[in-house]
Design a protein around this ligand. Structure first.
Ligand code: PLP
Length: 456
């Protein structure tokens, strides 16, 4: 079987069909293997062709592979990238304006969000040193685990042991592993809504039941703790929190985290704390790691360098369970953590804070969109659509599809995150393009706004 070389933007691939034909001329079997992306809008085929010699004309081989995997299809249906890809397909290629990409989670494309020179130097030095051309132990190489343990310990009331650190190939990989580790028969996990859909995808794929608790927009997107308690049962093993939060842009206070820990203790469950946006906190609340409450309830912290260092591709992440992230990047990790200067972080935070401000202020100018809480962290904000003031827009997906087509602005519909008729807007974009994209969104809303009756 030949795997596709590289398929950009395709998150969940499904081995969809196998077509076997016998050509008269070559007498070879041509096997057309189609890897497809399970998107709601249809399939994105990427074909490879494999020829296998040997079987004669008329023979039918009993190929045992190629059957659809329903669990994978179910997991794929939860994919945020599937939905965003669908919105990208609505773009009108003839529009000369630059696309305003307000749906992504990868700021590294913009010069104002380039990674720290110390990080690229460390990676280049490790790659050329010849010292890291070997396989890594499954948990990560010792110097990298020690560096991560020391890095995390700086903010905790106790020391993390290197033995408690396991390196993964990206925080996403840590999510995958956690969901499969927790999937004992009958177990369930509690996930936030709105949330980061990979948790549900990976739980579904692992046969782990998942239930949603709400984040409360009118309480700064805090967790509905009473809702969590009501939802948990004897089979609940863990709850997931994301702090700073994607998609809501909130940061949890120390007090709220303490309450979460107390509740987890009462319920006898683990807290999986996704802190991939750690330190992306630019409002009134500082970032507090959930690990601070590790003596109250068991905490598994997932984090990484993909956001704070803006080294996307998730080469190495830390703080969970994994196998074999790229060894030379592990080799670079001690220097990445130690040598990146505070000025880099301060600058990145300043740019994101300014972008959040622009985003919030521009959204206020748009009548049909309300933002219940000014973003204080991460790179995202959730905003509510008022469909009653729009003409001919069915729902959030329709809104985003038409916006992409007419204005070349790509926004993620809230449906993809469990919040129908909401929007998730990324502000980690070049500030000029962000402003321009939101101005175009405003024009779109005006054009589609219901005509108000005189006097109303
Ligand atoms: C909440 C959350 N967790 C995990 C990830 C994945 O992180 P990584 O790029 O390190 O795999 C993302 C990426 O957008 C995210 O938003």
């Amino acid at each position: 079987m030949i795997a596709p070389n590289k398929i950009d933007h395709l998150e969940i691939l499904q081995y969809e069909s196998t077509l076997i034909t016998t050509t008269k001329t070559t007498k070879k079997k041509i096997i057309d293997t189609r890897w497809t992306h399970t998107t709601p809008s249809g399939l994105l085929p990427c074909s490879t062709t494999m020829e296998s010699a040997g079987a004669g004309a008329g023979e039918t081989a009993d190929w045992r592979f190629g059957a659809a995997n329903p669990a994978l299809a179910a997991a794929g249906s939860q994919s945020i990238r599937a939905i965003v890809t669908r919105i990208y397909h609505c773009l009108d290629g003839s529009d000369a304006r630059p696309v305003a990409p307000l749906a992504h989670g990868d700021p590294s494309a913009f010069p104002c969000f380039r990674t720290a020179p110390a990080a690229t130097d460390a990676i280049a030095a490790a790659a050329t040193s010849g010292k890291y051309n070997h396989y890594s132990p499954a948990v990560g190489i010792a110097p990298a685990c020690s560096a991560v343990a020391a890095h995390l310990s700086r903010e905790l009331p106790y020391s993390v042991s290197p033995a408690d650190v396991v390196l993964t190939a990206g925080c996403n990989h840590a999510v995958e592993i956690m969901m499969s580790v927790l999937a004992s028969p009958g177990a369930n996990v509690l996930l936030p809504r709105p949330g980061y859909p990979l948790y549900a995808s990976r739980a579904a794929l692992s046969g782990l039941e998942f239930l949603y608790f709400d984040l409360l927009p009118d309480r700064e997107w805090e967790i509905d703790l009473a809702g969590v308690e009501a939802l948990a049962d004897a089979n609940t093993v863990a709850m997931v929190i994301v702090n700073p939060n994607n998609p809501c842009g909130c940061v949890y206070s120390r007090d709220h985290l303490a309450k979460i820990a107390e509740m987890a203790r009462k319920l006898g469950i683990m807290v999986i704390s996704d802190e991939v946006y750690d330190h992306f906190a630019f409002g009134s609340k500082p970032f507090v790691p959930m690990g601070v409450f590790g003596d109250v309830a068991p905490v598994m912290t997932l984090g990484g360098i993909s956001k704070r260092w803006m080294i996307i591709d998730s080469i190495v992440d830390y703080r969970a369970i994994s196998v074999d992230p790229v060894t030379f990047v592990q080799g670079a990790l001690p220097d990445i953590l130690a040598k990146t200067d505070e000025a880099f972080f301060a600058n990145a935070l300043g740019v994101v804070k300014e972008a959040a401000e622009i985003c919030y202020e521009k959204l206020k100018e748009i009548d049909c969109i309300t933002c219940p809480h000014k973003p204080e962290g991460s790179m995202f904000v959730m905003a509510k659509l008022d469909l009653s003031s729009l003409d001919g827009i069915e729902d959030d997906v329709d809104f985003c599809s038409k916006l992409a087509k007419e204005e070349s602005v790509v926004i993620c519909p809230g449906s993809g995150l469990g919040m129908k008729n909401w929007l998730r807007i990324t502000f980690a974009v070049d500030p000029q393009l962000l402003e321009d994209g939101l101005e175009r969104t405003k024009c779109f809303c005006k054009r589609h706004g219901k005509i108000k009756e005189a006097g109303s």
